[in-house]
Design a protein around this ligand. Sequence first.
Ligand SMILES: *Cc1c(COP(=O)(O)O)cnc(C)c1O
Length: 446
Amino acid sequence: MKQSEINALIAEYPLVAQLMALQPVSWFNPRSTTLAAGLPFVGLGAEDVAQASRRLARFAPYISRAFPQTRADGGIIESPLTAISAMQQALNVHYGLTLPGRLLLKQDSHLPISGSIKARGGIYEVLTHAEMLAVGAGLLKPDDDYARLFSDDFRHFFSQYRIAVGSTGNLGLSIGIISAKLGFGVSVHMSADARAWKKQKLREHGVEVIEYAQDYGVAVEQGRKQAADDPHCFFIDDENSQTLFLGYAVAGERLKQQFIQQGITVDEQHPLFVYLPCGVGGGPGGVAFGLKLAFGDHVHCFFAEPTHSPCMLLGIYTGLHDGIAVQDLGIDNVTAADGLAVGRASGFVGRAMERLLDGCYTLSDSEMYRLLGLLDRQQQIRLEPSALAGMPGPWRVAAEHPWLAQRGLDAARMSQATHLVWATGGGMVPDSEMASYLAQAAEQLG
Ligand SMILES: *Cc1c(COP(=O)(O)O)cnc(C)c1O
């Protein structure tokens, strides 16, 4: 972008200057509206999510057999919901502000199979494709017991086909593991920032890993190209896929059931705030969409991004969506937060969610490390850095008095609020890698 264009952008959107200066920014979305008014712009609805949920239920007998760690939950891939009151107290001190209401952690970091939020959307999209192929070939009917898929016959059938995906790590891990288990050939195009252990793990599963010296955008483009040349290869498009989005959205209804089981109320007097780390946007966008369908206007969703990769904030705030990348402004898109190192947001997700999202904020990598260390010390829960991005959110919201007043979120309601931090990854980080995260955290905490 030319300097004159940047100046014009800043004149209209002053927060852009702070983004360029890599300062932590909180942005409260003036265009957020009711579910009823915002829903038509998504282009998907409750029935689409219900269909996704039924598909996952059909596959549960297969998942249960193929991944014994899911057997206790009947092959349903779901994560714990945990109160973290010791962390809440520590953060009251850390941020110098007492948070009214309660703090919970949604541990997608500990989802079975791949230890990140990608075990929702990524696995769902591969299952959808596998079902389409098997039903199309007359080998499977939707009312069959899908445990049948766990057989040499089906593995042989799927081995005629390939799956390709571009990834910063966790999406590749999810898609690689499930695709290889079903019998597909699979290629994962990995960006430069992807961790060595993730590549190694995939290779151990028989996945072809192609490495790039460039970022996520390039890895995705190369994956797309490879698939275009091969009619038997299906490319999973993290930037535009409605299927991925729906796989994530199933989390809304599931969370509602968990709240009921734990006796947690969400209504007008008991608002719910959810804080979701955002990369390209499919994960947080799909989950937020599902949450809106499940809880209506009583849930308020915020996306969290690194100061070096604020692509979704930039896209929605300026209305330019995927027409602008952080690199256009000289922001480097270099961060320790795996999964969040994305320079250009999904245009599909930005446009779908811009009226249903309450805001976006950024935080520094060093803050993620401090939070990683605090969570380990206070709760003995270990996450990867990106998964901590949601953690400052409740304190950013609690400090925003004009916005709270404008939304009718008074002191009585806030004292009964639930703040849910979505922990998106870290369950499979090797011990040596975690030790180095914790050492960096200790250094940051002093
Ligand atoms: C992928 C990922 C996200 C964000 O999901 P997007 O769909 O890319 O926005 C957040 N946290 C972790 C750990 C991830 O792997």
